[in-house]
Design a protein around this ligand. Structure first.
Ligand SMILES: Cc1ncc(C[n+]2csc(CCOP(=O)(O)OP(=O)(O)O)c2C)c(N)n1
Ligand code: SF4
Ligand SMILES: [Mg+2]
Length: 314
C-alpha cells in the first residue's frame, strides 16, 4: 500500500540557523530584562531595596534567566518572585525552603534563592529553617525581617520586640523574641550574615558573598515595614541618628563562639558576615551516593535497573 504524505518538510537550511551565543558573548541582564510585574509594596517599604539589589546582583554576576530560581512563601516580602522575570515560585506560607530544597537537589546547575519574611521563615516555617540549615542544602535564604506580620496587617511576629503593640498583643508583646542569627548557628548553618535595606552597598556585598558559598547561606536583612512598624530600625540607620557598626575586622568568621557573642549584642548589633565554615552539602553527599549506585549498574537501561530492584524485593 502506498503511503500518502500529508505535508512536505522543507529541506533544512543550515545557513539560516543562528548559533547560540557563548557565555562570553552574552551581555549581562539589565534591570529592564529582570523586572517583571510592578511591585505592589507600600511606597517606602524596605523590600524595594532588596529587590533592586537582587537585580543588581544578577546583572553583576552575569547570571542568566535560565540559571536562577527565586522561591518564596507567603507574605509581603514573599511576593518577591512575582517581580523577577525568571523562573521561580510563590509557594505556601512557611514552605519556601522545602520547595527550594527540591530544586537545589535536583538541579545543581541553578542558583537557588529563597526570600522570606520573619513570620514565614521563623514562625510557620521555623522547622524548615533549622532542617535546611543542618542539612546544608545549597541555596541562599534572605529573610526580610520587619519584626511584624505585614501582609496580614500587624500581628506580632517571632522577632517582634517585647512590648510591641499589635493586633495579637494589644497590651504589648510579652513573649521573648527569637534571635535568628543564634538559631541559624545552633541549627548548623554554614554561612550567616546580617544586613539592612538602608545600606544598599552592604546588602549587595552580603548577597554577593552568599552566592559564592557552597552550602546553606542565610542573610538576615532588616527591612522596614513603613505601614505597621515604622521607625523600627532607626537606631541602626546613621541617616536617622543611629549606628551602623560592621563586624570587627579581626573577627574570625570560623569561630562559632565568637559569632554567637556577636549575634547576642543588643540592637543595633553588628552587620556583616558573622559566621562562615565549610561542610559537605547534602547536594554533594547525595550526588556521591547516586554516582556510586550508577557505577554498579553501568550499561543497563533505566528500566533494567528498576527490574533488578524489583527482583531484589521479591
Ligand atoms: C497556612 C497559612 N497560615 C496563615 C496565613 C496567613 N498569613 C499570610 S502572610 C502571614 C504572615 C506574614 O508575615 P511575614 O512572613 O513576616 O511577612 P511580611 O508580610 O511581614 O513580609 C500570615 C500569617 C497563610 N497565608 N497561610
Ligand atoms: S505592609 Fe509593610 S511590609 Fe507590607 S508592603 Fe507595606 S510597608 Fe511593606
Ligand atoms: Mg514580617
Amino acid at each position: 500500500m502506498s503511503q500518502t504524505r500529508l505535508f512536505s518538510i522543507p529541506p533544512r537550511q543550515d545557513a539560516l540557523v543562528v548559533p547560540p551565543l557563548t557565555e562570553a558573548e552574552r551581555k549581562p541582564l539589565t534591570k529592564k530584562e529582570l523586572a517583571a510585574d510592578h511591585p505592589t509594596w507600600c511606597p517606602g517599604c524596605g523590600d524595594f531595596s532588596v529587590l533592586a539589589l537582587y537585580y543588581k546582583l544578577i546583572e553583576k554576576r552575569k547570571i542568566w534567566h535560565e540559571k536562577v530560581t527565586t522561591v518564596a512563601g507567603i507574605g509581603c516580602s514573599s511576593r518577591f518572585p512575582y517581580f523577577v522575570q525568571a523562573h521561580g515560585a510563590h509557594f505556601i506560607h512557611g514552605r519556601a525552603l522545602p520547595f527550594a530544597s527540591g530544586i537545589s537537589l535536583s538541579r545543581p546547575d541553578l542558583h537557588v534563592f529563597a526570600f522570606s519574611g520573619d513570620g514565614d521563615a521563623f514562625s510557620i516555617g521555623g522547622n524548615h529553617f533549622s532542617h535546611t540549615a543542618r542539612k546544608n542544602i545549597k541555596m541562599t535564604l534572605v529573610v526580610m525581617d520587619n519584626w511584624v506580620y505585614g501582609l496580614t496587617k500587624k500581628q506580632t511576629s517571632p522577632t517582634s520586640p517585647l512590648g510591641f503593640k499589635s493586633k495579637t498583643d494589644i497590651w504589648g508583646a510579652v513573649d521573648q523574641p527569637i534571635n535568628p542569627l543564634k538559631q541559624a548557628l545552633a541549627a548548623g548553618a554554614t554561612f550567616i550574615a546580617r544586613t539592612t535595606h538602608t545600606n544598599p552597598n552592604h546588602l549587595l556585598q552580603m548577597m554577593d558573598a552568599a552566592l559564592d558559598h557552597d552550602g546553606f547561606s542565610f542573610i538576615q536583612c532588616l527591612s522596614e515595614c513603613v505601614e505597621f512598624f515604622p521607625g523600627a530600625f532607626d537606631s541602626s540607620n546613621p541617616r536617622k541618628g543611629g549606628q551602623f557598626v560592621e563586624v570587627p575586622k579581626d573577627h574570625d568568621v570560623t569561630d562559632e563562639g565568637a559569632a554567637y557573642k556577636l549575634a547576642g549584642q543588643p540592637f543595633p548589633g553588628y552587620f556583616g558576615i558573622l559566621y562562615k565554615t565549610s561542610r559537605p552539602t547534602k547536594n554533594a553527599l547525595e550526588a556521591k551516593i547516586g554516582a556510586d549506585a550508577q557505577s554498579k549498574v553501568q550499561g543497563l537501561e533505566p528500566w533494567q535497573i528498576l527490574q533488578k530492584t524489583f527482583d531484589r524485593m521479591k
